[in-house]
Structure formats: C-alpha cells, structure tokens
Ligand binder design. Structure first.
Ligand code: FAD
Length: 490
C-alpha cells in the first residue's frame, strides 16, 4: 500500500492517524495551522512556570504506548500512576481526597459518606463491565459500516443494553447507587469530561468514571506534552513529514473523491485525506460545496472553558495535582453553560498543579496553577467583561476555601477563553469536544470517521466518533486504519 496521505491538524487524533497510516506503508504528510505540533496538548512557559495548555487528566496510557511502539523501539515516553485522583472542596468547607482503584474508592465513599459498600461495588463493577462490553463495538469500531459492526462482540453488547443506563440521566444513574448528595455530585462531574450536562447526558456516560476510579489517573514524565512529543517522534521515525504554520485552506474534491488539499496557496495531491480539524470547520470552511450532514452538525455543542494560567509564588500543602472546588448549585452551572450561555457567580473550579508531580514546572517554592471553569461556547458574548467578572469570583471562592487571599501570590498570568480557543484550534464556538452528549442517543449521532459523500476523506479527533478525551481521540485512528485497509485494498 503506497497512497499519498495528508492529515489536516496535529492533535492527538491526527498524530495517531498519521502513525497508523504510515505504518501501513503510506506516504503521510501532516499540515498544522499553528506554530506548534500537538493541538490542544501543547506546552508554554510563562516566566519559568511551565503549563500544559489543554488536557491534564490522563487515563489509558497504554493507548499512547501502543502508538509510539509502532514507530519507535525505544520507549521515549514514561509515566506513573498518581496516588490519588482528585481533592474535592465543597462550599460547606468540607474537603475529601478520592483515591484511585476499586477497593480504595469503596473504602473512602463508605467512610466519608456512609455509602453502602455493596452498592458502591455494584456501581464500580457496572461501569467496568459496561466499558469492557462497549469498547470493542463502540469505541474501537465504526457504527457506520455493517461489516465492521457485526462482529462476535456485538451480541454481548446488545444483550447488555438494559444495564448501560440509557434510559436515565447520569444524575439518575448515580442516584440509583449512592444516597449522599456529595457522592452523587462526585460521580456526576464525569459528564464534564466530554463537555456535557450530568442532568441530561445518559447514565451510559458514567463509564468515563471507570477509567479514573477503577483504574487510575496517570502523569506523563515531562507533563502532558510528552504525549504529543512522543507521538510526533514516532510519526517522524515512520517517515511522516510534519509541517507547522501550515493552515490547510481547502480540501480538493473531484467527482466525489478527494484529490488533495490546498495549503500555502498550492494544491498538494493526495488520495487519502484525514481531517483532524473540527468536523464543523471541515465542512463549513474546507469544503463548503460538499453536502453537510446537517442532522449531525446542527446538534448542541459541548462546553468550552475559561482557563487562567497563574504562576503562584508560594506552595499550598493542602492542594494536590488535581483539585475541584464545587459550585453550591451544580444544576444552575449547567443551565448557564447550555441554556443561558453565560457564566454564574459561583462556578465549579478545577485547579491543576503539575508542579506537585513535576517540581521543575515552577520555580522552587512556587506552583503553576491551571485554573479552569467550564463555560458556554462562544456565541458572541463579551468575553473580556465575562472573564474579568469571573476572575473576581474565582479569586473570592478560592481565597475563601483556602483561608487566605490568593491574588497577591499571582506573579504571572495568562488567560484562555472560548473565543481564543475557537481561533487557536478552529473548534466551532471554542467547543472542546464537538457536539455535547446531552441526549440519550447523542453518542450515536457523532460524525462518522469517514465522509459518506467524499471517497478517501476520513475524520479523526474529539469532534467525531467515538468522542471526546485523549483515549477516544486516539481510538478513532484505529477505526480509520481499518476503513482505509478496506477502501484501499491494494
Ligand atoms: C482546557 C482544556 C482542557 C482539557 N482537558 C482534558 C483532559 O483533562 N483530558 C482529556 O483527555 N482531554 C481534555 N481536553 C480535550 C482534549 O483537548 C482532547 O482530548 C484532545 O487533545 C483533542 O485532540 P484532537 O486530536 O481531537 O484535537 P485538537 O487537539 O484540537 O487538534 C486539532 C488540530 O487541528 C488543527 N487545525 C485546525 N484547522 C486546521 C487547518 N485548517 N489546517 C491545519 N491544521 C488545522 C488545530 O490547530 C489543532 O492543532 C481538554 C481540552 C481543553 C481545551
């Protein structure tokens, strides 16, 4: 097999596709619009404070290892499991540290919230089983080709349908197993891992928690950027050529077949194109004359975010690598994100401090705070005003929770908001995960990994099947590999 392949975008999904298609013997070139490779998984340094600009929660590291091993004999990628998952701070002043691992999680939920150990175990086992059954037929397989979907794992997955929690929301599903409102909130927050609302997303999505609670959160040596550095190195060793500062201007289509892309004002021929750019952007800007799958693309978008990157010139011993400060009214927060499309005064705040795991990420005695608040997508709000207001609320909330005024300790500051996210990555409205999963069947309405209207065009990344987050974005590349094998048998 020796096809000319072009990948548009160098996010984890694009790099994974490039590796897999190069490993098949194709000639692969990646064009990335930004000056850096890695998409949202990239790093910046502000006055000696290093930040991973996007993802921070890393699960299923074996998926990255598997990809890197396709290109490199030596292991350029190291990681370790963190001893705890999250530290949670509630508005009533209480705080709890959740461990990782089934037994440890049961112990804490029983001791802290008086939960029934059998019910907690039943919940965690249910998530594990749901995940195991769904993985081969949903996560690693396209739903859009019968020959792929009909495999021997499909029957158990179908028989298991009543147990997924499809007919209830994530909140309803959590309430079936937990009685304490705090445990319910802890389980509900996993809806945000794919930018959705726990009061609307189906209980099925609770499987996200399986990766963190039954398994672990991992930390890559050198930070999250080591993931994309490792993938890029593996890709190069397979002969993939990576071009940064190269926005693709259009996808060239002739007689329903992809023939190349226009980049730097020149048409570069290709028989296979993989778009790692947001599916909305791909249709609207790169091939506006191709018929859009409107039913899929008109669905509600996932959330976006406001992130403050604060260099803090002291250490906080009561904080860990991952910390969550919950809103008082969790439901109001999701109403604001998805209905009124604004920010509330008391949002949940995620504080990630990688220097707790990698001390060189901040100067001695200091910490690099990544402070994130989930936000609505950009529909033209005044983000300068909203972010200024939010900054005050975040400072007040964190100062009250931690018992001292935080602001004087901020020595460097950088901010990302939905508008900036939109411009940096071309994601529709700055949405982080494409469409939301705020309906029972939304997970089945993501764009497929191929373009039904254009032969030779495929899609990789969080805006398409199987969905959001690094593990799913890289799993999509496995699906593409199989489709390409079928579509280009020679
Ligand atoms: C603040 C934040 C926090 C997050 N936290 C987590 C987390 O903790 N864990 C997790 O798993 N996920 C998290 N995510 C989601 C995460 O970003 C994804 O899981 C993953 O990085 C997305 O990879 P991707 O390949 O789909 O897309 P992207 O990383 O968006 O890559 C797409 C690439 O395409 C490029 N591109 C777009 N248009 C063009 C064009 N015309 N020409 C050339 N290139 C183009 C873009 O510049 C970009 O580099 C977070 C995201 C954000 C923003």
């Amino acid at each position: 097999m020796k096809e000319e392949v072009i990948v548009i975008g160098s996010g984890v999904g694009g790099l994974a596709a490039a590796i897999r298609l190069a490993k098949l013997g194709n000639k692969v070139t990646v064009y990335e619009k930004n000056e850096f490779i890695g998409g949202k998984v990239h790093t910046r340094d502000f006055s000696g404070y290093r930040y991973d600009m996007g993802p921070s929660v890393f699960t299923e590291p074996h998926l990255i290892e598997e990809l890197i091993a396709l290109g490199l004999d030596q292991k350029p990628f190291e990681y370790h499991a963190l001893p705890e998952s999250f530290r949670y701070f509630f508005p009533d002043g209480t705080s709890y540290t959740l461990p990782t691992g089934t037994e440890e999680t049961i112990k804490v939920l029983v001791e802290e919230f008086d939960e029934n150990p059998q019910r907690v175990r039943a919940y965690l086992n249910r998530l594990k089983r749901n995940y195991e059954v769904l993985k081969p037929v949903f996560i690693e397989t396209t739903l859009h080709r019968f020959a792929h979907l009909f495999n021997k794992q499909l029957i158990p997955a179908i028989l298991h349908i009543p147990r997924y929690g499809l007919l209830t929301t994530m909140n309803g599903f959590s309430n079936r197993f937990f009685k304490h409102p705090k445990s319910v909130q802890l389980m509900n927050r996993y809806a945000t891992y794919n930018g959705s609302d726990p009061y609307k997303t189906p209980g099925l999505l609770s499987i996200i928690a399986h990766l963190e609670l039954n398994e672990a959160i991992y930390f890559p040596k050198g930070g999250m950027v080591s993931i994309t550095k490792g993938l890029a190195e593996a890709a190069r060793s397979l002969g993939v050529v990576l071009h940064s500062n190269s926005p693709v201007e259009s996808i060239e289509v002739t007689n329903g077949r992809v023939v190349g892309v226009r980049v730097n004002n020149t048409v570069v021929p290709a028989s296979i194109v993989v778009s790692n750019a947001d599916a909305h952007f791909t249709y609207e800007h790169l091939m506006p004359t191709v018929k859009r799958p409107t039913k899929i693309l008109n669905q509600e978008l996932s959330s976006s975010a406001v992130v403050f990157y604060w260099g803090i010139n002291r250490e906080f011993s009561n904080l860990g690598v991952h910390n969550m400060f919950f809103a008082k009214d969790y439901q109001a927060e999701f109403k604001a994100i998805f209905e009124t499309k604004t920010l509330i005064d008391d949002p949940s705040i995620y504080v990630h401090i990688s220097s707790k795991a990698e001390p060189s990420d901040a100067p001695p005695g200091c910490e690099n705070w990544f402070v994130m608040v989930n936000a609505p997508v950009n529909i033209g709000q005044d983000w300068t005003a909203l972010v200024a207001q939010l900054r005050k609320h975040v400072l007040n909330k964190l100062s009250a929770s931690l018992g001292l005024d935080i602001e004087p300790f901020i020595v460097t500051e950088h901010v990302n908001d939905p508008l900036r996210l939109q411009h940096t990555y071309n994601g529709k409205g700055g949405s982080i995960y494409g469409n939301s999963s705020n309906s029972a069947l939304a997970a089945f309405y993501r764009h497929p990994n191929h373009a039904p209207e254009v032969k030779g065009l495929y899609f990789a990344g969080v805006t398409v099947h199987p969905g959001g987050g690094i593990p799913l974005a890289v799993s999509g590349a496995k699906i593409i590999e199989r489709m390409v094998r079928d579509d280009f048998p020679n």
